[in-house]
Write a protein that binds this ligand. Structure first.
Ligand code: BES
Ligand code: MN
Ligand code: ZN
Length: 504
């Protein structure tokens, strides 16, 4: 797989006017009058006044995310200066708003190689906020472009965050860690953006191994024969219709001295046609993103291992291609999941829950402190929460709340959802222990209720449905590109970091 590079980032104690870059970004705050005021620590009053006037002429208001570009003129070394609206001072304490605004500027500067950011940095957290916003927005997926690649403006290559004092070793280290997280998010994006013919299950397994190459992570791959031996009837049934056989991959990061154990399971359907219960043709191409949960798990394990967090993390990636064919499973087939529970497959398009059921059972056998699965599981999640918010369910209210809080802290939109017991009756099967199709009403929740069946009751478990946020089919916004977003990675790193703090 061709890797999209992540921009380089550095800290410098330099005057903005003297920065040797191709574009200088300064902050614009909505002024008390109508004029937006330039707020760029380190600029002389004369230059600041000149820029404020010029941005006013161009109609800049300073509202969050507004980008105004102009030739910089006398006294500034960079040929271009960009006014970046940061919105109300009060709202600047909203880290996600700052990340998005910075993202707008860096995205608008595609085609520019070196960019310096002269923005107010209240504390070290603000430094990291600006850094991640900048790094995540410098992404463009061109791995499969040949003739048309030259028409694309390359994302910003090097970002310098300007500071008013010399960066400390701690600050440099913290920014390096942010860069590792951004690189992991970009890897996840690459995996999801890769077309399905470039990443069948065996290739996804190989890509998982490659992602953690050189890191202290043990990789285990189960092929069809291994899966049969284990009794993983869900992964096998979904995969049996494809010429590209299924796989299960485990990435095990178990640093010495770690006490807490986090297990992550990610849905890895490399392409979802729906199978015999085939999907309509319109937008079916987007179903290459049905392995976004798997990609998030791979990215998260890589990031956690690279950061060296003292927490054990097991990443599970069940993977199959859901195809209709003469060997495909049929509606009405009964299959046996890992652990022995039988499932009547009433709809072959409800395939994610089948492969997750196997993997959840295997992951739970290790009795991790927390088990989380992440999946592009239901269209109903998009109906309920829109395209940008993940639905969070589980059998442990505290764990579910903790995942939502971690997501908020990381800048990912997620919201708690219930698993109503009454939805279980809709999954009753005439033939088997359970059916894979439940009530259409509350479809996101019904899928969660199905999954709950495969998790031991005393196992703390959270289910995250990222059918909406994993793949941006609309325009880019903030630091989020079109296509794969890398949804879930930052939340998982946040959770792992919190668990690493826990003692005993
Ligand atoms: N991968 C889809 C869910 C999906 C839909 C993800 C749209 C992203 C965008 C999943 O496998 C699926 O097909 N779910 C069905 C379930 C139904 C048959 C119970 C759905 O949502 O329609
Ligand atoms: Mn499906
Ligand atoms: Zn699917």
């Amino acid at each position: 797989m061709t890797k999209t590079p992540t921009a380089r980032i550095s800290l410098a104690d330099a005057k903005p006017a003297a920065a040797a870059v191709d574009a200088l970004v300064v902050a614009l705050a909505p002024g008390r009058g109508r004029k937006a005021e330039v707020v760029a620590p380190g600029l002389t009053a004369a230059v600041r006044t000149r820029l404020t006037e010029a941005f006013a002429v161009l109609g800049a208001t300073g509202k969050a995310g507004e980008v105004t570009r102009m030739p910089s003129g006398a006294g500034i070394k960079a040929p271009v200066v960009v006014g970046l609206g940061l919105g109300d001072a009060a709202k600047q304490s909203d880290a996600e708003s700052v990340r998005r605004s910075v993202g707008e500027a860096v995205r608008a500067l595609a085609g520019t190689r070196r960019v310096a950011l002269a923005l107010p940095l209240a504390d070290d957290d603000a430094l990291l906020t600006v850094s991640i916003g900048a790094l995540l927005s410098a992404y463009d997926y061109v791995a499969y472009r040949h003739a048309s690649k030259k028409d694309r403006k390359a994302p910003v290559h090097a970002i310098t965050v300007l500071m008013t004092s010399a960066p400390t070793a701690e600050q440099k280290q913290a920014v390096k860690q942010v860069a590792a997280v951004a690189a992991a998010v970009n890897l996840t994006r690459d995996l999801v953006n890769t077309p399905a013919n470039g990443l069948p299950p065996a290739a996804l397994a190989a890509a998982a191994a490659e992602a953690v190459d050189g890191l202290p992570v043990t990789v285990t791959v189960w092929d069809e024969l291994d899966l049969r031996r284990e009794g993983c009837g869900g992964i096998l049934a979904v995969g049996q219709g494809s010429a590209n056989p299924p796989r299960l991959t485990r990435l095990e990061y178990a640093p010495e001295g770690a006490t807490a154990h986090l297990a992550l399971v990610g849905k890895g359907i490399t392409f979802d046609t729906g199978g015999i219960s085939i999907k309509p043709a319109a937008n079916m191409d987007e179903m290459k993103s049905d392995m976004a949960g798997a990609a998030a798990v791979i990215g998260a394990v890589r990031a956690v291992a690279e950061l060296g967090l003292p927490v054990r993390v097991s990443g599970w990636v069940p993977s199959a291609e859901n195809m209709p064919s003469g060997t495909a499973q049929r509606p009405g087939d009964v299959i046996t999941i890992y652990g022995g529970t039988t499932v009547e497959v009433l709809n072959t398009d409800a395939e994610g829950r089948l492969i997750l059921a196997d993997a959840l059972g295997m992951a739970a056998a290790d009795k991790p402190d927390l088990l989380i699965d992440i999946a592009t599981l239901t269209g109903a999640a998009v109906v309920a929460l829109g395209a940008r918010t993940a639905g969070v369910m589980g059998n442990d209210d505290d764990a579910r709340a903790a995942v939502c809080e971690a997501a908020a802290a990381a800048g990912e939109s997620a919201w708690p959802m219930p698993l109503p017991d009454d939805l279980r009756a809709g999954l009753d099967s005439r033939t088997a222990d359970i059916a894979n199709l439940g009530d259409r009403k509350g479809g996101m929740l019904a899928a969660g209720v199905f999954l709950r069946e495969f998790v031991p009751a005393n196992q703390s478990w959270v289910h995250v449905d990222i059918a909406g946020p994993a793949f941006n089919t609309a325009k880019p916004y903030g630091y989020t590109p079109k296509g794969a977003t890398g949804s879930g990675v930052r939340t998982f790193v946040q959770i792992a970091a919190e668990m690493a703090q826990q003692v005993g």
